[in-house]
Ligand binder design. Sequence first.
Ligand SMILES: Cc1cc2nc3c(=O)[nH]c(=O)nc-3n(C[C@H](O)[C@H](O)[C@H](O)COP(=O)(O)O)c2cc1C
Length: 232
Amino acid sequence: MIPFYEAVETRRSVRSFLPDPVPQDVLDRALDAALKAPSSSNLQPWRFIVLESPEARAGGIKACLDQAPATTAPLLVALVARPWSWRRHRDEILRIQTARGTLRPSQAAYYRKLIPLFYTHGPLNLLGFWKPAVSRIVSLFRPFPRLLTRTGVRLTAHKTTALAAATFMLALRAEGYDSCPMEGFDPYRAAKVLGLAHGEEVNMFFAVGKRAEGGIWFERALMPRDWVVQVR
Ligand SMILES: Cc1cc2nc3c(=O)[nH]c(=O)nc-3n(C[C@H](O)[C@H](O)[C@H](O)COP(=O)(O)O)c2cc1C
């Protein structure tokens, strides 16, 4: 295993891969690590889809616009954000904690009362229309969180799902494997190939494998540290 900081240093977006397959146990450990990523309210609004069959892989490559990482990698994986999975996942958290006898009253109230307040928008999205105004007005008088619009729910799901993405790529690197995240894809074709349900959206694809010689196309170019780290 590559230690954490070395994995961070050596993780790069690889655009050209060796043909060697990714062992199942490596993939499974990286996926299991990704599934432990933090998520907003622990709602885990994601799913990974491993494109294993030749047809799925060919469809994935096309959806990824025939990008070099997709065409050369031995494995393609899609990560899907599921903004509207909150109710089912909330129920599952309550079920697990209840079965274990570890459900705290505050936790039960949070999931039963507050979460629906954040995630529902009423018929015809009428509540969604008023939520930003309510948040703004109350915040004039006391600190108050932003009540989510429908777009806010999608944003939250993608924000959280990207943490699973980062964990997945770092875990692969820790295993000595490489990846390239890809946001350059055709969302309509991707949805069809992956058989996405209504409301599900691809967060990103990953090309996965071992880097080929010359597989890193660009030297790392980081912003000056004082542009991106500030102390107040
Ligand atoms: C959300 C996201 C989408 C990306 N989409 C693509 C892509 O479609 N094709 C590609 O070759 N690289 C893609 N990249 C890789 C970035 O170009 C790369 O992370 C960035 O240049 C920094 O390089 P590094 O990852 O090697 O450190 C994407 C990265 C992220 C995080």
